[in-house]
Write a protein that binds this ligand. Structure first.
Ligand code: NAP
Length: 260
């Protein structure tokens, strides 16, 4: 039995892509899982079956992280199913719809990207943080963790995804705000910053990234995989990185290393 056997993780966007990679890593370490997403339960039945067959206790919580009512419902479902929450992974996110040049970007896209990538995680963290504080008050040994999935796009400019870049840059500050606020309550807050990772989000730009990687964009000459991010999250969730709340772990194959 590992030390995480009875712990519960909520992973938004946990039924595909990077979120699923995170879920699989945590499942292999004995975590119980609540997976968020927007698709209907029928659409994720295959994924849930995979966990069931592996003996993983998991549930699917359908809802839009940008919507207050949906966030409340997701938390209630986790509470009803597991009665505890030790880890929140704010992973759900969208890229800029249409990937338009910032000279042509429209407010509708801007509001939606900010709603899903920034407002949703902020207020979901707020609600989960209150629950974690209550658990810590009940049990001084309780330890909680919040992990925000940002992106190298918080640092690297893409003029066709300005709204997306802004949200990922702001996630840095959100991580530090919550790290400061939650430290007295036994909750550590981290940011995991992926580079170019195979998922549905990047499926439409495969050729572009294949070429850039072949030309040396990354130091490690390959795409990242969801399990690369999953391993990083599992390491943080396990509590292996101590005395380091607020820190960023960059999983980008060395893309952000400046070179001459
Ligand atoms: P993805 O394959 O498109 O998956 C996105 C996930 O987010 C899906 O599970 C989706 O749910 C969920 N989601 C989207 N909008 C939502 C909403 N309004 N409410 C609830 N859930 C919502 O993308 P991904 O590549 O795995 O991205 C995951 C995270 O990693 C994102 O925050 C992204 O910005 C970040 N990231 C990705 C890369 C990359 O190269 N792929 C690089 C850096 C950072 P459904 O499955 O129900 O649609």
């Amino acid at each position: 039995m590992s030390q995480t056997d009875s712990r519960v993780a909520l992973i938004t966007g946990g039924a595909r892509g990077i979120g699923l990679g995170i879920a699989r890593s945590l499942a292999s370490e004995g975590w119980r899982l609540a997976l968020g997403g927007r698709r209907s339960a029928e659409n994720v039945a295959g994924v849930m079956q995979e966990f069931e067959q592996d003996g993983v206790e998991a549930c699917y919580c359908c809802g839009d992280v940008a919507a207050e009512d949906d966030r409340g419902r997701i938390i209630e479902e986790v509470r009803e199913r597991f009665g505890a929450l030790h880890l929140l992974v704010n992973n759900a996110g969208i890229t800029s719809p249409g990937r338009r040049d910032i000279l042509e970007a429209d407010e509708e896209s801007f509001d939606r990207v900010l709603g899903v990538n920034l407002k949703g995680p902020f207020f979901l963290t707020q609600a989960c943080a209150s629950w974690m504080i209550a658990q810590h008050e009940d049990d001084p040994d309780f330890r909680g963790t919040v992990i925000n999935i940002s992106s190298i796009s918080g640092e690297v400019v893409s003029v066709h995804r300005g709204d997306y870049c802004l949200t990922k840059s702001a996630t840095r500050m959100a991580t530090r705000l919550w790290a400061v606020r939650m430290a007295p309550h036994g909750v550590a807050v981290y940011e995991v910053q992926p580079g170019i990772i195979h998922s549905d989000m990047t499926a439409g730009v495969t050729e572009k990234y294949d070429r850039l990687i072949a030309e040396g964009l990354t130091v490690e000459p390959r795409w990242g995989e969801p399990e690369d991010v999953g391993r990083a999250v599992a390491m943080l969730a396990r509590g292996d990185l101590t005395y380091a709340t607020g820190q960023v772990l960059t999983i980008d194959g060395g893309l952000l290393i400046r070179r001459l």
